[in-house]
Design a protein around this ligand. Structure first.
Ligand code: RFL
Ligand code: PHB
Length: 388
């Protein structure tokens, strides 16, 4: 088989890139290791920057998001059991959209199918060849049969554990990493959300987050030790611990019910540089991971896709070499979101060695945020997302 751009990974990055390139007249094939059902069942991010909203619309997959998504004009922060609001729209003129990654992935698969896009799932042993030559190719196995795809470029959209980043020579790749000593235990429940807006709570027992997917579906997280297992938490234990970490008026009014999903995700900051080598480009989680505190993971992936889409569109439009600027452009935005996610994580979580002094420093930072318009503006600008 031959295609122009072979895309490794059928998560949001890979599908969105395929969809945008198709609309620009560039042919792609997407290779996904898991089954489609597995990919569509994953529950992850929930908050879209407005730039991501516009990119999804440009890809022709905005209709259901515009109908069912919920634009939010602010977020809430709490410390010492007191909450306050940051008016994102007043400071930036922008909103964020609450619409789950699970829905985005479903919309993208539907759009790819409708346009006759080639998305091959259950592709095993994907291997990238001749990435530093003029004619790269990709091999994989499906149902025991070996296949080969010849292409002009390879887009590595295969997440943190994928094969693409590992296909770059160690002498070229530089990796930066920080692993945090805790994870988030997340619960999805078919109950009305406890808050109208997303609430981030700093508490001496640990961080807590109230989020939502729609008026009858809530998403909550609590900080837990890194080795904690979701199966050790009954629903009751989760609700009790969440209530302890929230301001009393919110805890008292919260409606609880059985969880539909419960899992622990570790927190990590990671960047791989450069994001391209020869004819390979890294996109999204394949190149970088942020802790979820700033809700940047999916949004950074969409930003990368935007840059690569534009670069490949120009390259195929006759501007030979247009793709060369991709890595530098993407990384500039990535490092800004890295810094924001790290700083917000440090302010909101309880660390194992944290002293009373450290706790007071966090509380003072949050209370300064409550009192200072300037501080709120800085947070708001980054939360809604820096421009492309
Ligand atoms: P994905 O979504 O990981 O998709 C990569 C796809 O590549 C496939 N793959 C391969 N395919 C072929 N061959 C191989 N060798 C392959 N290896 C892997 C995988 O099966 C998968 O389908 O990366 P992508 O597309 O870059 O999208 C990035 C986002 O998914 C990610 O940034 C966010 O979901 C991060 N994230 C969150 N971000 C937020 O903003 N808010 C959140 O609440 C939030 N929660 C999460 C998260 C990520 C999690 N992960 C990665 C475990 C919760 C979790 C549990
Ligand atoms: C979510 O709804 O899953 C969510 C919201 C905000 C975050 C992270 C996750 O910062």
């Amino acid at each position: 088989m031959r295609t122009q751009v072979c895309i490794i990974g059928g998560g949001p990055s890979g599908l969105l890139l395929s969809q945008l390139l198709h609309r620009s007249g560039v042919d792609t094939v997407v290779l996904e290791r898991q089954s489609r059902e597995y990919v569509l069942g994953r529950i992850r991010a929930g908050v879209l920057e407005w730039g991501s909203v516009e990119t999804l619309r440009a890809a022709g997959v905005g209709a259901r998001m515009d109908r069912d998504g919920d634009p939010h004009t602010g977020i809430e922060l709490a410390a010492r059991n007191r909450g306050f609001r940051i008016d994102l729209e007043a400071f930036t003129g922008k909103r964020v959209m609450v619409y789950g990654q699970t829905e985005i992935t479903a919309d993208l698969y539907a759009a790819r199918d409708a346009m006759g896009g080639v998305v091959i799932d259950r592709a095993e042993g994907v291997t990238l060849h001749d990435l530093d030559r003029d004619a790269p190719y990709v091999t994989y196995r499906r149902n025991g049969t070996e296949h080969r795809i010849d292409c002009d470029f390879v887009a590595g959209c295969d997440g943190f554990h994928g094969v693409s980043r590992k296909s770059m020579p160690a002498s070229v790749l530089k990796e930066y990493e920080r692993v945090y000593p805790f994870g988030w235990l997340g619960v999805l429940s078919e109950t009305p959300p406890a808050t109208k807006e997303i609430l981030y709570a700093n508490h001496e027992r640990g961080f807590a987050l109230c989020s939502m997917r729609n008026p009858s579906l809530s998403r909550y997280y609590i900080q837990v030790p890194l080795d904690e297992k979701a199966e050790n938490w009954s629903d009751e234990a989760f609700w009790d611990e969440l209530r302890r970490r929230l301001p009393p008026d919110i805890a008292d009014g919260m409606v609880t019910g059985p969880s539909v999903e419960k899992s622990v995700a570790p927190l990590r900051s990671f960047v791989a540089e450069p994001m391209q080598w020869g004819r390979l480009f890294l996109v999204g989680d394949a190149a970088h991971i942020v802790p979820p505190t700033g809700a940047k993971g999916l949004n950074l992936a969409v930003g990368d896709v935007h840059y690569l889409w534009k670069a490949l569109e120009a390259e195929y439009g006759g501007y030979a070499g247009a793709v060369r600027g991709y890595s530098d452009r993407a990384l500039a935005r990535v490092w800004n979101a890295m810094r924001f996610s790290w700083s917000f994580t440090m302010t909101m979580h309880r660390f194992p060695e944290q002293t009373g002094y450290d706790q007071r420093m966090q509380e003072t930072e949050i209370s300064y945020l409550e009192q200072s318009d300037s501080a709120q503006r800085v947070l708001a600008e980054q939360y809604v997302g820096l421009p492309y």
